[in-house]
Design a protein. Structure first.
Length: 138
């Protein structure tokens, strides 16, 4: 198996058309390298799931197949990080949308396995929609 391809941000991931050996991608950040939004992705060629802005990304012009973030923790718990959805912790409206997207992803994943959503230190506006019915904040 070849070493994973490395890209700087999720915008690059969204434009990367998967080819044979590029089944594994390492993204350095959400907007820029080192911003906390990076991680490991794999190509799921049969997925048509909707893009969620943090764990599932669709390649522009490719109808079937998605880049999916590896979220497995050591104990089988799905680990999500709010920075993966583009949050910066500055209290901006953009962070509110990231929190809404992350909450929806956590609820979706929690239907199949235990899921934890990590909020890095910062200030976050709550999402406008109440999407926390199945989440417990600890």
């Amino acid at each position: 198996m070849n070493a994973p391809t490395i890209v700087s941000n999720v915008r690059c991931l969204n434009s990367l058309d998967p080819k044979g050996d590029e089944a594994e991608i390492f993204v350095r950040g959400y907007r820029r390298s080192g911003d906390g939004g990076g991680g490991e992705f794999y190509w799921d060629p049969m997925s048509d799931e909707p893009e969620d802005g943090g764990t599932i990304f669709r390649v522009q012009g490719v109808p079937l197949g998605r880049w999916k973030r590896r979220t497995e923790g050591n104990d089988g718990v799905a680990l999500l990080n709010l920075a993966w959805f583009g949050a910066t912790g500055t209290g901006s409206e953009e962070d509110s949308q990231a929190l809404a997207n992350a909450t929806r992803a956590a609820v979706r994943m929690s239907a199949h396995r235990a899921t934890a959503l990590f909020l890095p230190q910062g200030s976050y506006q709550p999402p406008k929609q109440r999407e926390t019915a199945r989440l417990r904040v600890v």
